[in-house]
Design a protein around this ligand. Sequence first.
Ligand code: HEC
Ligand code: HEC
Length: 152
Amino acid sequence: MRKLLMCLLFLLPAWLCAADFVDSMRGPVPLDQTTQPPAMANTDNSDVRRARNYAMQPPVVPHKVDGYQLDKNANKCMMCHARTRTQESQAPMISVTHFQDRDGNFLAELSPRRYFCMQCHVPQADLKPLVGNDFVDVDAMLNKPAAQPKKK
Ligand code: HEC
Ligand code: HEC
């Protein structure tokens, strides 16, 4: 009897917590139930290149990539973004860093570690962000009036 009571004492709160837990990405759906995924977003296809938030940011993709094959057999992105294709496509060339291996040596071709473009470059959609963000652009930071030194 004592054992049973102890069990209840410990298990009950855990069970209650699990039922109350809300993950902002999942919404108010209990963990033991499957969520209803949101409708697929209509991604930006404006062809307008967006400013980067910091110098080393992988630029976001300003065009649709639906149905582009990107696997071990073919890389659709390189059909326009490869060095030899840009004159015809008028797409910006993959940058020099994409030809470098991890030790900084330059290769003749796209480095394997840059093969899967969408690890880093993603299309954009006009959606409500899932998580908060208080990122401040470095330019905004530099333009902020300097804090006045404390008077003695
Ligand atoms: C049919 C040619 C074509 C294909 C295929 C293509 N792109 Fe593009 N991409 C362009 C062009 C042209 C631009 C310049 C802006 C525009 O016109 O959309 C561009 C722009 C971009 C940019 C923005 C660069 C910047 O400096 O802002 C990124 C990132 C990009 N593409 C990534 C990709 C990825 C990733 C894929 C494969 C999933 C891909 N592209 C496939 C033609 C292409
Ligand atoms: C591991 C992350 C990563 C992968 C994978 C990757 N890129 Fe990038 N890409 C970046 C970063 C970071 C930059 C910006 C800094 C730089 O130039 O390296 C960039 C820059 C670019 C640019 C802009 C070049 C310029 O000079 O304006 C294009 C276009 C681009 N990438 C296309 C591609 C394509 C196409 C692929 C796939 C074949 C690819 N990238 C794979 C990280 C990545």
